[in-house]
Write a protein that binds this ligand. Structure first.
Ligand code: TUI
Length: 318
């Protein structure tokens, strides 16, 4: 039933892709998602290239299923990471925080499938012309670095503008969100925050608990003044960051203030002074469980709910 182009392209059972979250998306999480029938992703973040080579080799020891690497294009090591992905023959690459245009030829040459995250219709069109395999269309509900438009509005606009498969991201955390995304014309989903709260994710328990305990209005966006908006959960760090933005600190000064904060939250568990990047779906997440269970529940719910559409058939719109 969920035999979409995304499953065929990526050679996976379910069209569920894990977000490429810096510090969080390690080989442990990637292997668990891939073993569960989705596509696990190792996030390169700002990590040095050799660390990522090691992560790629480690994921291969844990699973023989397809997996991918996410390149954060603002990383100083982005170009070297591209080289390693090609050398190691990684099957799939996702990109974020920029335009991967200049790397597309290199990926094609090495038979690496390329799926960029896009926040606009114009970038989606441009990248389709350059030959990318699919697009992750991410709404502003997502955690971390975000665009302006919501998933609900952006996904159908990109679906209408391109012919390649679209994967919806931002604000999806369960089977209802999955089915909604398919209704908008997406052929797969990417989940970030939901997989943070998984058993296999190496994020500190404080980080996971902060998400599990959060309510609907607990994310805010820092960095709007710098042109690099980032969605995080409210805490002392985000409050101070916003105050410094109000005072008019420059991008460089704010960058210095924010340096090392994601690692502090994810690895050390300091959820007061660290940056707890998470999406608006945080309020929906009530427990930490294995990736396999997260994936299977999504599929089970979607199959149950799909009956809603068949019941419409005999309705008044006939
Ligand atoms: O990339 C993300 N989310 C991220 S990256 C990130 S990195 C980081 N930041 C602080 C500390 C440690 C690590 C955190 N969260 N999501 C995908 C995404 N890509 N969202 C928006 C975009 C995007 C934006 C502009 C993609 C392309 C783009 O293109 C601009 C252009 O040049 O056309």
């Amino acid at each position: 039933m969920f035999d979409t182009r995304v499953c065929k392209l990526l050679n996976i059972k379910y069209p569920i892709i894990q977000g490429g979250m810096a510090w969080v998306a390690t080989h442990e999480l990637a292997a668990a998602v891939s073993e569960g029938g989705g596509l696990g992703i190792i996030a390169a973040g700002n990590a040095p290239p050799e660390i990522i080579r090691d992560e790629i080799r480690k994921v291969r020891r844990l699973t023989d299923k397809p997996f991918g690497v996410n390149i954060m294009l603002m990383s100083p090591f982005a170009e070297d990471i591209v080289g390693i992905i090609c050398e190691e023959r990684v099957p799939v690459v996702t990109t974020g925080a920029g335009n991967p245009g200049k790397f597309i030829k290199m990926f094609k040459k090495h038979d690496v499938k390329i799926i960029p995250v896009v926040p606009t219709v114009s970038l989606a069109r441009r990248l389709e012309r350059k030959g990318v395999d699919a697009l992750i269309v991410e709404g502003t509900e997502a955690g971390g670095h975000i665009g302006e438009l919501t998933t609900m509005t952006l996904v159908p606009q990109v679906v209408d503008a391109v012919n390649i498969p679209v994967i919806a991201a931002g604000g999806i955390g369960d089977g209802r969100g999955f089915l909604a995304a398919l209704s908008l014309g997406a052929e797969g989903v990417q989940l970030g925050t939901r997989f943070v709260c998984s058993l296999e994710c190496i994020a500190h328990d404080n980080f996971k608990e902060r998400i599990v305990k959060s309510k609907d209005r607990e994310t805010i966006v820092t960095g709007r003044s710098t042109g690099y908006p980032v969605r995080v959960l409210k805490n002392r760090f985000s409050k101070e960051y916003l105050e410094l933005e109000e005072k008019g600190l420059t991008f460089k000064e704010l960058e210095k203030f924010g340096a090392g904060r994601l690692k502090l939250a994810v690895k050390e568990g300091d959820i007061t002074k660290g940056s707890v990047m998470a999406g608006q779906i945080s309020g929906l997440i009530k427990e930490t469980k294995p990736c396999k269970d997260i994936i299977e529940e999504i599929i089970k719910t979607a199959i149950e709910k799909i009956d809603i559409f068949t019941s419409f058939k005999g309705g008044s719109a006939k």
